[in-house]
Design a protein around this ligand. Structure first.
Ligand SMILES: C[C@@](CO)(OP(=O)(O)O)[C@H](O)COP(=O)(O)OP(=O)(O)OC[C@H]1O[C@@H](n2ccc(N)nc2=O)[C@H](O)[C@@H]1O
Ligand SMILES: Nc1ncnc2c1ncn2[C@@H]1O[C@H](COP(=O)(O)OP(=O)(O)O)[C@@H](O)[C@H]1O
Length: 320
């Protein structure tokens, strides 16, 4: 008899762009208060959680599209997905025995929240695999304990984020927005980009951000990419460009080749270019690729962390 396959659950969670990111002064706890407008995009991490007899959480990684270098991602207990699994196990009062396989599509240390998406996907996958019965609200609480961006990847769509980015209010979008992403072949450290932002603004009075930019919210509500292009803003962008000045000509190339606007995504170094529509995004991606830049057309808002149907089993052949 062949052994029964072990139970497994597959979950996808999206990467994000911050279409608006206002950053306050440094806080005593090492964080910064922000007013962020997050947009989840159609570039998804996939985490498969499988029952495992070994001790603790096992992590493995793959790069299904051959675009994401996997160096620098911890494959041990430090992986954000492993931390998420342990958080669910602790809350459910059980041992965290699980194998998490992470199929990565979001650039690593790219400012698109890939590790946060892995954590959000692992929360949902373990909750399901273990029948832990945690509500979406309980998962969101665990998410906030894992990282500032994890609650948003769980939620998806468009949201305004206050606090460190974890106090979320969903926002309705009138129409899908089309973007071209240009990942860099290297990463930028989020804490270093925040610290560089503080350094660049040392002589400036910086206000606490209290609300998400109303002009950006209005542009999203109108669904007009031309209107949004005029108000995109990221307070971390000057620091990201200071740390990675080689991004400047790529930003210029995107606009020269027809983007409505270009910006650094989050703490960078991924660049995000807004296009007028799907055709415009495909043409811009092709033009950027022709100039030697890796470019990927995506759209958003995309859904937050969701369970995917099981992979189709080998279909048996029936004969009469
Ligand atoms: C900049 C943003 C924009 O959405 O995303 P990324 O570009 O990293 O994807 C976020 O603020 C990153 O969120 P995330 O990457 O989850 O941050 P965490 O792991 O919680 O924190 C890592 C470190 O970043 C800094 N940090 C993070 C969030 C915040 N509001 N203020 C900060 O100063 C702190 O130095 C913190 O120790
Ligand atoms: N599952 C994970 N995927 C990616 N990075 C992870 C993961 N778990 C921990 N990390 C660590 O977090 C760092 C930043 O992660 P990532 O989410 O990719 O970038 P960003 O914060 O710029 O969005 C990585 O450089 C890596 O050291």
């Amino acid at each position: 008899m062949t052994p029964a396959p072990s139970a497994s659950v597959r979950v996808q969670a999206p990467g994000k762009i911050n279409v608006s990111l206002k950053v306050g002064p440094p806080r005593p706890d090492g964080y910064h208060s922000v007013a962020s407008i997050y947009l989840a995009v159609s570039l998804f991490e996939e985490v498969t959680a499988t029952e495992w007899d070994g001790d603790g959480v096992r992590v493995s990684l793959s790069d299904p599209d051959g675009r994401v270098p996997l160096e620098g991602i911890p494959q041990d207990a430090d992986n954000l997905a492993a931390r998420a699994a342990r958080a669910v196990a602790k809350r459910a009062g059980r041992s965290p025995r699980v194998h998490l396989h992470i199929a990565k599509r979001v650039p690593v240390a790219g400012g698109m929240g890939g590790g946060s998406a892995d954590a959000a996907a692992a929360l949902v996958a373990c909750n399901e695999l273990w029948n832990a019965g945690l509500s979406r609200r309980e998962l969101a609480e665990l998410a906030a304990g894992l990282g500032a961006d994890v609650p948003f990847s769980l939620m998806g769509g468009v949201a305004a984020g206050l606090g460190v980015g974890d106090r979320l209010t969903p926002v309705a979008a009138a129409a899908p927005l089309h973007w071209v992403l240009v990942p860099a072949g290297y990463g930028l450290s989020t804490p270093k980009v925040y610290a560089e932002t503080d350094r660049l603004r040392a002589d400036t009075a910086v206000a606490e951000p209290v609300q998400a930019d109303p002009d950006v919210l209005a542009a999203i509500a109108s669904g007009n990419p031309g209107e949004l292009a005029g108000v995109l803003a990221n307070d971390l962008q000057p620091a990201a460009l200071e740390l990675a000045p080689q991004l400047e000509p790529v930003l210029a190339a995107g606009t020269r080749l027809g983007a409505l606007a270009g910006m650094v995504s989050g703490s960078g170094p991924t660049l995000a270019f807004l296009a007028s529509d799907e055709t415009g995004a495909a043409a811009l991606a092709a033009a950027l690729r022709a100039e030697g830049h890796g470019a990927l057309a995506v759209h958003g808002p995309a859904a937050g962390a969701v369970v995917l149907p099981e992979a189709a089993p080998e279909s048996p052949t029936y004969r009469k």
